[in-house]
Design a protein around this ligand. Structure first.
Ligand code: PEP
Ligand code: MG
Length: 755
């Protein structure tokens, strides 16, 4: 930890305290403040810029620059070094400022003479409010302690700005000049769904009123009391009813609970209070230090921990200030669209889940912990929305269309009406589908289609009953690995697989062995630097090169089955030899279990996933060696068309309902019929009613999809005549068209198929 309690910094902070508690207007105190900073840090210049409406940073106080420039010099966010700090919400510490690409010279200030520059953002409740900067004529490397002292001072400045004495509170909430106009924002879909609500900014910083305490012992005691209260309230929070089902969110919350009791963190907090800081300042100081060390860390595990510590720091501050009770949320509307830069999983749980319609984040990815908890609570989430916090204001009406990764801010009346209709229609449809839950998926010409679930979270497995499916067609075992902080042991895996089998209540579960690599990296394993990760070292390739991990997983699966039936499938098989190698490893594990007197599975089915087109030409040989085949159409399609499924520029260029893709699928169906090998398909196609209709027309009778899609697909199946559709689809073979989508849509409409 760097030391803001070093004598120089400490003297400065004492002076800041004196200035801020002194007489005079806010502007006078600001002038005295810049003077004190310049004197104590031996800087020729100290300036404060405040963010005004219209994304403009205005010079509000200066020591060392031309005072006539105050209230005249204005920079846009992103313009110059000060604008760069505001845009990125990050400090800049430059020995040669003029070498920086964003350096912009403003003649009225007379700052061309200054070579070194240190600036820090003034942030409050996740938003940049201004910038504090110091400059020197000689090239000077500002120390870490000096930077941290400024970071402490901006906490005070943030409060001064928020008090509304410098600029009106109204101006502060509307950060964009043209913000009253409707706006559309885009990001990355993290959890699907459509919702409408009122923007609520997630408040995560409690103000620090005092930097130094008069009695370190008393501060230490306050800290201990707040820590105990926080631990207790976290225990109560995690025991909430909505979270009672078992699931990966439990692992996330358990990890969080452990982080909250991290001995190193608690020790540093106590050390900081012992050196004279108030408990609040100690929390902030330890956190800022951690933030500057971990921010930008490439390792996703460390980044996730940083979010946890940020959340804990805010939570602890709230306990210290007595604002921790959920009463802080009592005034929330019933339809909250929550906005945050990022969030810890527990922070989301502080809100009453039934009020949260959607969550919007500037950062976060599909695998971040808050996303996993949001999914468990069925809250739509969009992440990676650039400058989200400066483009939506509290109370703005917001429509979140997470299916298309877009947000409508202050939408016009007609958009609101359209979306409202969609939401109501969906709700109605959902009720109809729920009522059909027990209806067998049998077609009009009396053919039974097997509908199954794709799952990766325990909460999804628990929906087998609710959705009335036949089983779990794909259990993505890598998901539970991704939410843990270390590789799970055989015992932990055994417990997990066993509880999945129990939840499935005798229905078959196809466990897919780890499909890691590609876009699914495990935080605790070294990532690869593959240039094309999807075509790189992933799935079965990794498993065969690192057989121990596969052996452990197979061992856990065999033991979890404990004499019951077991189905295992291997992902990304590209040639028969890979399947043979994986089978040999499985045989070894069966042998091992037999030798130790364990119970072997009553029936063992071994399957391969067909995701690599090359395997299609080895199908007759492969089918003699497997008990079932499952088509992973997501990967198969991207490799067939050489079009990255994650790249928006090409992902939509080709269609899964193209004649080429459909012909390939038809060949797979024919080969499996010939060899009498059960066939299923578990890519996204299976969950889209029209695409699933095409699959059934080609001869698929078993498909697997995410729980939310089952109702729609069941309705489609029950309204379909397969014989008729198959004859129609035969007439389409050899088509030169880009896609058969519209033809199939017309067919469905003309024949009353519910798509
Ligand atoms: C697929 O590729 O279709 C599939 C089901 O696997 P995943 O989406 O997990 O890659
Ligand atoms: Mg796949």
């Amino acid at each position: 930890m760097s030391d803001v309690t070093a004598p120089g910094s400490r003297r400065l902070l004492r002076r800041v305290k004196l200035v801020m508690s002194g007489e005079g207007t806010a502007a006078q105190r600001l002038d005295a403040l810049v003077e004190a900073i310049a004197n104590e840090l031996l800087c020729e210049v100290c300036t404060v810029y405040v963010l005004r409406a219209g994304e403009v940073l205005e010079l509000f106080a200066t020591q060392g620059l031309n005072r006539d420039a105050v209230h005249k010099t204005r920079l846009r966010v992103g313009e110059g070094l000060v604008g760069n700090i505001a845009a990125n919400a990050r400090p800049l510490n430059l020995q040669e400022a003029q070498c920086h690409s964003d350096f912009a010279y403003r003649p009225e200030t007379g700052e061309e003479a200054f070579r070194s520059f240190l600036g820090v953002p003034i942030i409050r409740t996740g938003r940049v409010r201004g910038v504090l900067a110091v400059q020197n004529k000689v090239p000077r490397q500002y120390t870490e302690e000096e930077q941290e002292a400024l970071e402490m001072i901006v906490l005070v400045l943030a409060e001064l700005i928020a008090s509304g004495e410098l600029i009106g509170a109204g101006e502060q909430t509307r950060a964009e000049g043209n913000a009253i106009l409707p706006t559309r924002l885009t990001g990355v879909r993290i959890n699907s769904g459509i919702a409408m609500g009122e923007a609520v900014l997630h408040q995560n910083r409690v103000s620090i009123r005092q930097l130094f305490g008069d009695d370190p012992e008393a501060e230490k005691k306050r800290l201990s009391t707040a820590l105990s209260a926080m631990h207790e309230s976290l225990d109560a929070l995690f025991a909430a009813d909505e979270l009672s089902g078992k699931g990966e969110h439990h692992d996330v919350l358990e990890t969080y609970r452990l982080v909250a009791r991290d001995a190193g963190w608690i020790k540093r907090l106590h050390e900081a209070t012992a050196s004279g800081l108030t408990a609040e300042a100690a929390v902030q100081n330890v956190h800022d230090d951690m933030h500057s060390r971990l921010t930008g860390a490439a390792n996703p595990y460390l980044r996730e921990r940083l979010h946890d510590f940020t959340d804990l720091a805010n939570r602890l501050m709230a306990h210290l200030s007595g604002e921790h009770a959920t009463s802080a949320f009592e005034e929330l509307p019933d339809n909250v669209v929550l906005l945050a830069r990022n969030m810890g999983p527990a922070e989301l749980l502080d809100y009453e889940a039934h009020r949260i319609r959607a969550l919007l984040l500037e950062e976060a990815s599909a695998n971040s912990h808050v996303a996993i908890v949001a999914r468990a609570l069925d809250i739509p989430v969009i992440g990676r929305i650039e400058n989200l916090l400066s483009r939506i204001d509290p109370h703005d009406p917001v429509i979140v269309d997470a299916e298309n990764s877009q947000v409508f801010v202050r939408p016009t009346e007609d958009i609101q009406q359209v979306v409202l209709r969609t939401i109501t229609d969906r709700e109605k449809q959902r009720r109809v589908h729920a009522a059909m839950r027990t209806q067998p998926p049998v077609t009009l010409d009396d053919k039974r289609v097997s509908l199954n679930l794709n799952a990766g979270l325990m909460i999804e497995v628990s929906q087998v009953e609710e959705t009335g499916v036949d089983g779990i067609g794909l259990f993505r075992t890598e998901i539970p690995f991704m939410v843990r902080s270390e590789l799970p042991s055989v015992a932990a895996q055994r417990a997990l697989y066993s509880s999945i089998l129990e939840q499935a209540k005798g229905r078959p579960v196809n466990f897919r062995t780890l499909d890691i690599g590609g876009d699914k990296q495990l935080p605790y394993l070294h990532g690869t630097t593959d240039q094309n990760p999807n075509m790189g070292w992933r799935a079965i390739r990794m498993a065969l090169d690192r057989p121990l991990m596969l052996r452990h997983q197979l061992r856990a699966l065999i033991q979890a089955a404990d004499g019951r039936s077991l189905a295992i499938m291997f992902p990304m098989v590209a040639e028969v030899a890979e399947l043979e190698a994986a089978r040999a490893i499985l045989d070894k594990e069966l042998e091992r279990e037999r030798n130790r007197g364990g119970r072997l599975p009553a029936a063992l089915s071994i399957g391969a996933m067909l995701e690599v087109p090359g395997l299609v030409w080895q199908l007759p040989a492969l089918l003699k060696r497997v008990d079932f085949l499952s088509v992973g159409s997501n990967d198969l399609f991207q490799f067939l068309f050489a079009a990255d499924r994650g790249n928006p520029l090409v992902a939509e260029r080709y269609d899964v309902l193209s004649p080429g893709m459909l012909e390939l699928l038809r060949k797979i169906v024919e080969d499996c019929y010939k060899e009498q090998v059960p066939l299923s398909l578990c890519g996204e196609m299976a969950g889209d009613p029209l695409e699933a209709m095409a699959l059934i027309g080609l001869g698929f009778r078993t498909i697997s999809m995410s729980p939310t899609q089952v109702g729609k697909v069941r309705a489609m199946v029950c309204s379909l005549d397969i014989g008729n559709l198959a004859s129609y689809m035969n007439t389409l073979t050899g088509s030169p068209e880009h896609s058969l989508r519209s033809k199939l849509e017309f067919y469905a409409r003309d024949h009353g198929v519910m798509i």
